[in-house]
Design a protein around this ligand. Structure first.
Ligand SMILES: Cc1ncc(COP(=O)(O)O)c(C=O)c1O
Length: 319
């Protein structure tokens, strides 16, 4: 499989001196829409095209970044996109994501609950549709972050950033942390990954991320021993999730303010929690180089949403 180019790389790496951390600006992976999903979609779209698929099916929470990214780039590249959507806590940001996705022509199918989702997926998965799993996390999607870690290694070699001791990144479906760990392993750096769980239970997310790292390592031709070493680079913290997926936390709210002061925009579900962890880490271990991997698109959504409104059957998914 070959990836197709969607984004703009390398993304900048900057020092946020006031926060005591470095920031990898993956909010800037694309002009129209950035964030971490762009790197994964380059591989998924590459494979979908190779297989001659014209349609994409995916799954996510109703305000999912992966769904909105797939809808935007899918439309641009001539794919019909359908997403199976599950409820999540209401927020303006999540609503806006959905409006943008619908404005791109997303076909939305409702799943009653996460437990029902696999059955709805099975019913909707047809021969002509290319399947992108939850959050875009699979070994193929993670290849985008193997490349990303190598991109960072080149920036370290070029003297743009000191070699980080630790990368702090939000952990949702696991593909981002897994790909980074594999790319770091192949770059032979000391850098480790501190993955900040954004849902419960953290032990399950840990298993998912580490398994995905081993699978991704196998896909790039690493030995199983090196794959295991890559997986061991990932450490997961469950200390920032709070009540659960999509529920704001106090530490996250404080991080939103710190982000603004540093010229960054973070969301309450993923990046506020990860940034809170990065800031704490830098305070606790001032001797370390801490790099916060910024995964949220900050491209303006309003122009993409236009006058799109959320129909009542989807409005019900915001709780
Ligand atoms: C903004 C943002 N950051 C981080 C993540 C986590 O990435 P992953 O699902 O690869 O763990 C996601 C997606 O789930 C996201 O939308």
């Amino acid at each position: 499989v070959e990836k197709i180019a969607l984004g703009t790389f390398p993304t900048p790496v900057e020092k946020a001196a006031a926060l005591g951390i470095w920031v990898k600006r993956d909010d800037l992976t694309g002009d129209v829409y950035g964030g971490n999903k762009v790197r994964k979609l380059e591989w998924f779209f590459g494979e979908a095209k190779k297989r001659g698929k014209k349609r994409i099916l995916t799954l996510g929470a109703v305000g999912s970044h992966q769904v909105v990214a797939t809808a935007i780039y899918g439309k641009k590249h001539g794919f019909e996109v359908e997403a199976i959507l599950v409820g999540q806590p209401a927020s303006e940001h999540a609503r806006e994501n959905l409006r943008v996705a619908l404005a791109q022509g997303l076909e939305a199918t409702v799943a009653g609950a996460w437990a029902a989702a696999p059955f709805v997926v099975a019913a909707r998965r047809t021969q002509d549709a290319y399947w992108i799993p939850l959050g875009g996390s699979s070994s193929l999607g993670s290849l985008g972050f193997v490349d990303a870690a190598r991109e960072l290694a080149a920036q370290v070699r070029a003297g743009q950033v000191p070699e980080p001791d630790v990368i702090v990144v939000a952990l949702g479906s696991g593909g981002t942390a897994a790909g980074l760990a594999v790319g770091l392993e192949s770059s032979e750096t000391k850098t480790r990954v501190l993955a900040v769980a954004v849902s419960h239970p953290a032990p399950l997310l840990t298993m998912t991320a580490k398994r995905l790292a081993r699978q991704t390592a196998a896909l790039v031709g690493m030995t199983s021993e090196n794959g295991a070493r890559a997986a061991r680079r990932i450490e997961v913290t469950g200390s920032y999730v709070g009540r659960g997926y999509g529920h704001p936390t106090r530490a996250g709210q404080l991080a939103i303010v710190s982000a603004q002061e540093a010229g960054l925009v973070v969301d309450p579900t993923y990046t506020a929690k990860a940034l809170a962890c990065a800031i704490d880490r830098a305070k606790e271990k001032p001797e370390e180089i801490v790099l916060y991997w910024h995964t949220l698109s900050t491209a303006p959504l309003e122009p993409l949403a236009g006058a799109e409104e959320i129909p009542p059957r989807l409005e019900k998914l915001f709780k």
